[in-house]
Design a protein around this ligand. Structure first.
Ligand SMILES: Nc1nc2c([nH]c(=O)n2[C@@H]2O[C@H](COP(=O)(O)OP(=O)(O)OP(=O)(O)O)[C@@H](O)[C@H]2O)c(=O)[nH]1
Ligand SMILES: [Mg+2]
Length: 315
């Protein structure tokens, strides 16, 4: 097997407080001229991705980066190069944008692109920009249905919470009923309701998506077409690779820290978690296992989208 040289690239997702992000058109004379991309460029020899990011944004846009959080690390096989893209979410910068390379700029809303074409590698990751920093797993089995419905309402009132309804102790009929009750709660900020279980029992429920177990994930040949959003639980590289092959929207990887739900299995730990993410995947990943808002920053520093929270979300 011949191994291709990897071109390392740092790219910035500049995000405004209202959630709009910046795309720039590639200048004439470069490969894919006229395609829309995230500003950025190639790492120089010995340069760290975050330093390349700051340098490129200065060169291309004339701004100084003040706050950048690692987001996805993605590998993409172009005919001209195998590219490893380290994306950063840049939420604070100084200076006005200048098109120093003659680019055009477009501020875009997640899932509502108005420009095209975009670079081929960027297509699969765009859905990830619509995701929240937390993924909440339901606890009705632990705290009781009435309490759960009340707290779900509070989460959705407060923000765009993504809720996975995972209740393995319920039978199909009970699950349906609970799901229908949840679906009636208003979600003014665009919160999401994600199902869990045998896919054939979920298809006609008012769900925004489905969360696959790792067993379901490994048994599938294709992404299930009946659901808008599809994510999966993963524990290792082969499961991450399968999620990537199927083009899933997100993964959950763990458990990262010791957790009450898996007392007999050794946790991955942050180093192994970060190493697995650094292999390069096209969809955001949530850390799971001992996670809460208190571990969000650490998870994101390791390259995660955010944290999957079980019991800590419902206290
Ligand atoms: N900057 C940037 N590059 C991307 C993105 N997506 C993507 O596939 N790429 C690829 O990553 C590589 C980065 O190239 P670049 O042309 O921006 O590099 P650069 O700014 O250092 O320019 P240079 O070629 O003049 O040195 C290209 O192969 C490009 O196709 C993206 O969103 N932003
Ligand atoms: Mg560039």
């Amino acid at each position: 097997m011949t191994s291709r040289k990897i071109t390392r690239v740092a790219a910035a997702i500049l995000i405004q407080p209202d959630g709009q992000f910046l795309l720039a058109s590639r200048p004439i004379g470069k490969p894919y001229a006229g395609y829309w991309e995230f500003p950025g460029g190639k790492l120089e020899a010995g340069e760290a991705a975050i330093d390349a990011l700051a340098r490129e944004l200065h060169e291309e846009l004339g701004i100084e980066v003040k706050q950048a959080t690692p987001w996805l690390c993605q590998r993409f096989d172009y005919p001209h190069a195998l590219v490893e893209l380290s994306f950063f979410k840049v939420t604070a910068w100084e200076g006005d944008l200048h098109a120093r390379e003659g680019q055009l700029f477009a501020w875009q809303k997640p899932m509502q692109l108005t420009v095209s074409p975009i670079l081929p590698a960027n297509g699969p990751i765009l859905r990830g920009l619509a995701m929240n920093e937390t993924l909440l797993f339901s606890p009705a089995g632990l705290i009781g249905e009435a309490d759960f419905l009340e707290r779900a309402k509070l989460h959705w009132q407060a923000g765009p919470a993504w809720l996975v309804l995972r209740e393995p102790q319920l039978d199909t009929q009970q699950y349906r009923q609970l799901c229908l009750k949840l679906a009636q709660i208003p979600r003014p900020h665009g919160g999401m309701l994600i199902g869990h279980g045998e896919l054939s029992t979920l298809v006609d429920l008012p769900l925004d998506g489905v969360h696959l177990t790792s067993r379901q994930l490994m048994a599938l040949q294709q992404r299930p077409a009946q659901f808008n959003w599809v994510g999966a639980s993963t524990h290792n590289e082969s499961e991450l690779a399968q999620a990537n092959r199927l083009g899933l929207d997100y993964t959950v990887l763990g458990h990262v820290c010791a957790s009450a739900s898996h007392p007999d299995q050794a946790p991955l730990g942050w180093t192994q978690f970060a190493d697995l993410l650094a292999q390069g995947w096209s969809s955001p990943c949530f850390a799971i296992g001992g996670q809460s808002m208190a571990t969000l920053a650490q998870a994101q520093a390791a390259g995660a989208q955010g944290v999957a929270i079980l019991s800590a979300a419902w206290r």
